[in-house]
Design a protein around this ligand. Sequence first.
Ligand SMILES: O=C(O)CCC(=O)C(=O)O
Length: 288
Amino acid sequence: MSSTDSVLDAEQAGFYREQGYLCLPGLIGPEWIGRLKDAMAALVEQSRNLTRSDGTFDLEDGHTADAPRLRRVAFLDDLNPVFWDFARNSVLPDVVADLVGPDVTFRECISNYKWAGGGQAVKWHQDIPFYPHTNLTPMQVLVALEDVTPEQGPLQVIPRSHTGPVFDHYGPDGEWTGYIDDADHDKIALDTARELTGPAGTVTIHHGVTVHGSKRNDSPVGRPVLILGYNAADALPYTAPAYPSSHHGEIVRGQPPSHARHDPVTLRLPPDWSGGYTSIFAHQDDEA
Ligand SMILES: O=C(O)CCC(=O)C(=O)O
């Protein structure tokens, strides 16, 4: 797929390189947001009769048919064509191409609902330990489907933490936890955390090494976000993906890679996800 016009200016791309994140308020217009919200609402309907989480639907405690409470739905690009259309044909892959392109690979499309009245916190973590690649270009893109205020548990990032180190996401007992142990918190400038808020359609992007998390949503308003993973096409994974949808690894801008590019970094291997993955919420809550 050929490249299209630049979306980001040099200052925005420079900010991402220096700070390891970017916040683009209201980047996605109401037409896309409306289509995506309809598709997300249809998934909530589909979840009503589920009584337990599976590899696709991740339910919060207290989920019932009458009052559904979702933490996450995965494999969205396979569940409804609107999500794949968005992942491939919206402005997002162009934004990613501006940061690490021109050749861009799609990795995954999932949603976090962060339900009103107690939606689960996400503990401090980095993404690259979940899916090591030959280089550090993998990034996560969050698209706010509703307005996000500080009360709803917005994404928080630690500026410049993408320069390292990469922390262990295993606990002292050697079990995968999916978060950075408290013992390492004094090595992270947590007091510099930035809360990324904005109107529906706001897009945030964070680098795979950026430390990030979000607080519990005790507000009466949900905080549904779509999460899309992309990377430079010359970043090749060497462990099983958590969410191997039919589009995982597809080139969405530019050309397929002829080489794997390596960054000089040692990454501890995550558990083998080839037998199935639940969600970061389940691991962090020790349910997995
Ligand atoms: O939804 C959030 O606030 C955090 C998203 C995230 O970091 C994740 O799901 O890995």
